[in-house]
Design a binder for this molecule. Sequence first.
Ligand SMILES: Nc1ncnc2c1ncn2[C@@H]1O[C@H](COP(=O)(O)OP(=O)(O)OP(=O)(O)O)[C@@H](O)[C@H]1O
Length: 328
Amino acid sequence: MSRAGTEHRPREGRDVSVRGLTKTFGSLRAVDDLTFDVRPGRITGFLGPNGAGKTTTLRMLLGLVRPTSGEALIGGERYVDLQHPIRTVGAGLEATGFHPGRSGRNHLRALAATGDIPDSRVDELLELVGIPAAARKRAGGYSMGMRQRLGLAGALLGDPQVLLLDEPSNGLDPEGIRWMRGFLRHLSADQGKTVLISSHLLAEVEQTVQDVVIIANGTMVRSGTMDELHGEPAALVRAADPQRLAAALDRAGIPARPLPEKGEGALEAASGDLAAIGRVALQAQVALSELSPRRTDLERLFLELTDSPQHRNRNLGDTPVTTEGDNR
Ligand SMILES: Nc1ncnc2c1ncn2[C@@H]1O[C@H](COP(=O)(O)OP(=O)(O)OP(=O)(O)O)[C@@H](O)[C@H]1O
């Protein structure tokens, strides 16, 4: 994924590209001039609080909602123009769209039939997502975790290059979350798929995604890599003589500044190399009582980005939801 405004060139037809995408429902701008790319071989987190416009954006990418303006492209094409949609993009929009009386297996078989995909692929996928036995039972009795796995199997039926998944970890237990993370990593890193997952919690996807697109009230508030979000590495150092240590660190080419909010003797050193900081302290003969990596508090950053007065969700509950809603 690259920053807004960069020129888009389809790479092997696997990019997701959103350009100036806007959707209004009556007077509500649910999605407001969004621009971003999603890169193949990586997992991108599409993040924002409830009502930020994530689902509407995914629905526009999947041709389920018509944009008011702008473009939502998969491999350089609109969904409606794709020659083999099920083989190009797999979607997991919600884990509830199953006929409750139908077995998971039959649900997938029905989907497979629409894309000319053999039943053998269904069984292969049920195995892959870990529900081969449960798949013979009625989907109505599935746990949320099983529904998520079934939804993922459905998205993968046509072995598409692009996966768009709405809150795929929702309702999973810790073991399920670990499994999902590993599986999505495998699909992106080993198979080169382009994976976009939405979530309203950065913490939930922090360990899964490499890139992020963060939106609030339909507009982009930040995009980049997780490393960029974390910022430059730094260390928290607590010293008996912080002034002396700061001077020594400075001489060693590691700028340091006092961190009064962290209590007495606390410094922030602009390096993640704890061993180097320890050596400087030893040479300067300053006793340390704490030396630890200082990481950006992502949860706080996420809140700051999305909960500022201009981005605080003004949409929830104040606009009637239209039944068709899609202006198609
Ligand atoms: N069909 C519709 N008609 C009217 N308003 C709609 C419609 N669909 C979505 N909205 C509104 O658009 C805004 C964005 O909704 P959307 O579902 O895209 O957000 P979201 O980021 O996916 O939120 P969540 O995490 O709660 O699913 C919300 O205010 C929602 O009420």
